[in-house]
Design a protein around this ligand. Structure first.
Ligand code: FAD
Ligand code: FES
Length: 260
């Protein structure tokens, strides 16, 4: 993990409140594993905590990385108002990331994303595809209006959509899509990132499968394992007191490990 003042190469709005920002710097050389995140300082003196944002794309050759974020509060609003040429204090890459090393050519991976949990799944899919793994995407959005990256995912593998209002794909959530899909086939591995309810549904549907990897989200402070702000509880702990730190032991855990 390193820290650098990275330069914004470009920023564009993908959908209402959703922005894509590309950054350049030496730090990109450290970025290899999909599912890792960067911890970004908001350039405003009263906002002390860094904001954790997942890596959406890594381009080592051109020394750029891309993030996609939704404007939620003051920090992300400040990011959205920045322009090319401005600099951001970035720490990273942080977290363990998705383990793709065990997968072989010809195997099948289900890649599941919901809302603002979708960005890190793109770099994951790209890397799986490069290894010859067949990827199938299941993406959930609130509505067509706030959907993004449909074409990018579709270019890599079969992609199914669900929206809360039925304006794109099936009416409902990705759980409905997954239940339908597993009637006909079983993937070798499942990766998911999204709201807790979605992660619970994925864990339930694939409860008999070992290789189900979930990206957990917790509020963070230090982002590197020192402050214990980001703990979540682990399963099979009779005392109910054992926990793991999402920032450095995660954010990716096997579904069988953590309490959702
Ligand atoms: P405020 O609500 O004003 O934030 C106040 C404080 O709460 C800040 O310290 C902020 O960091 C924290 N906070 C608020 N919401 C969240 C949240 N959902 N998760 C964690 N901390 C939060 N969002 C994206 O849009 N795209 C991503 O790729 C992305 N990746 C993430 C990866 C990880 C590992 C984690 C933990 C979160 C990720 N988030 C992502 C959520 C993102 O960090 C928050 O939306 C963002 O910090 C909100 O900051 P704010 O100042 O705009 O909002
Ligand atoms: Fe400090 Fe995880 S945020 S230990």
């Amino acid at each position: 993990m390193k820290q650098e003042m990275m330069t914004i190469v470009c920023q564009k709005q993908l959908a209402p409140r959703i922005y894509q920002m590309t950054l350049t710097g030496e730090l990109v050389k450290e970025m290899k594993i999909p599912g890792q995140f960067v911890h970004i300082k908001v350039p405003r003196a009263d906002l002390l905590l860094r904001r954790p944002i997942s890596l959406n794309q890594i381009d080592i050759e051109n020394k750029t990385c891309t993030i996609i974020y939704r404007v939620e509060g003051d920090g992300t609003r400040v990011f959205s108002e920045m322009i090319a040429g401005e600099k951001l204090d970035v720490m990273g890459p942080l977290g363990n990331g998705f383990d793709v090393s065990g997968l072989k050519e010809g195997q099948k991976a289900y890649v599941v994303g919901g809302g603002i949990g979708i960005p890190p799944m793109y770099e994951l899919s790209k890397q799986l595809n490069e290894r010859g793994v067949e990827v199938v995407h299941f993406l959930g959005y609130a509505s067509k209006e706030v959907a993004y990256f449909q074409d990018e995912f579709s270019a890599i593998g079969n992609t199914y959509f669900a929206t809360d209002d039925g304006s794109l794909g099936v009416h409902g959530n990705v759980g409905h899509l997954l239940k339908d899909a597993v009637k006909n086939e079983q993937p070798d591995v499942v990766y998911a990132c999204g709201a807790n309810g979605m992660l619970k549904a994925v864990a339930e549907i694939f409860s008999d499968k070992k290789d189900v990897f979930l990206s957990m989200e917790q509020r963070m402070a230090c982002g590197m394992g020192a402050c214990y702000a980001c703990v979540c509880h682990v399963k099979e702990d009779e005392t109910g007191t054992k926990s793991v730190k999402v920032c450095d032991e995660g954010p990716i855990f096997r579904a069988s490990e953590v309490v959702l």
